[in-house]
Design a protein around this ligand. Sequence first.
Ligand SMILES: Nc1ncnc2c1ncn2[C@@H]1O[C@H](COP(=O)(O)OP(=O)(O)OP(=O)(O)O)[C@@H](O)[C@H]1O
Ligand SMILES: [Mg+2]
Length: 358
Amino acid sequence: MIPPYLAGRDREQSILSRRLDKLANGAPPGTHLILYGPRGNGKTVLLEWSLRQARERRIDVVDIGLGEAAADDSQFRGSPILTRWMRALGGASLIGAGIRWRELPPSRTAAVIERRARKQPLLVAVDEAHTLTVKMGRALLSAGQRMQRSGIPAMLLLAGTPDLPRHLNSMHVSFWDRSKRLPIGRLEPVAAGDAIRIPLEDGGRSVAVDALAEAVRESHGYPFFLQLWGELLWDGCPEPSIAISCSDIDRLRPQFRRERNLFYADRYDELDRADLLPVAEGVATEFADTERLTRQQLKRVVRSSLEGEGIASDPRSVTNAIGRLRDLGYVWLVGQESVAYFEPGIPSLMTYVEQNRG
Ligand SMILES: Nc1ncnc2c1ncn2[C@@H]1O[C@H](COP(=O)(O)OP(=O)(O)OP(=O)(O)O)[C@@H](O)[C@H]1O
Ligand SMILES: [Mg+2]
């Protein structure tokens, strides 16, 4: 669901809008688009926003979420439901019949999408695209490229976790080269404040400057947590005539932290399953004193954490471990400046890891 106020994504929204304008005018948009970033940063929200913008411009849309539920995928194989679904995919409407994207026949699906794009400008949105199977990914990306070459007004918009770039690159190098990548990171403090404040104000509430700053600080500009604070404050401070104050933040903080820690428990398990906890802890300790690390600094930390655990720390293991930490969004590469650097995906997750390893 699109949040009541979509904060701090002006740049991304203007890039998306420009491409959708081109599409609406029957022109190919130039490149396809890839949104990638750690969980909870707002990729799906931007995808949904784009779909709404596309519909407003009368652009045809195919909207596929890979995680969509089907009770048992295998039961649909070769069934009449699949036939119906393929028909829907080729037509003006797409009725989800409970089929997962990975259950569709790749080349037929790509052909149907191409046919559809020849009739009307088309936006194909694929969420959770890091789980695309190689077959489906290749079929889809090749179709995207053929349409681009033939000047057909169609655009692929793919969203997924930080390993999406690597995943797509491994499937189709030239598609990757000709796509625009938009990293979706955390929000800057002002935008983070807006994400909490504006929906409250729109609903007739007000929030004191210091209280807002505290909620923003606690959220680290992480959209999922900002949304959580917004909801807690809305439900927990129902009296419109009284401005939300720091004592409200203090009162609601335990509830916020409980929910946050539930989320962190999942992230912790992910790190554990990937055998990354010792390295994650070493990185957390380093980030306790600094907000950013260069590539070299991160390598040094990872190497010494691996050595500390008696694990081989050859250059390959170090690079591998860093790659997996990036894929999970534990660290996030920020690259706009001449020297790229890493920052924590979410700073307070680092503290959580340290505490739980202790
Ligand atoms: N720019 C934003 N302004 C305000 N709230 C936002 C913004 N972006 C995301 N949110 C809120 O943050 C939460 C997470 O967003 P979303 O589900 O889009 O993240 P995601 O990157 O798709 O995560 P995942 O990888 O887990 O699918 C949602 O509740 C959403 O409403
Ligand atoms: Mg999502």
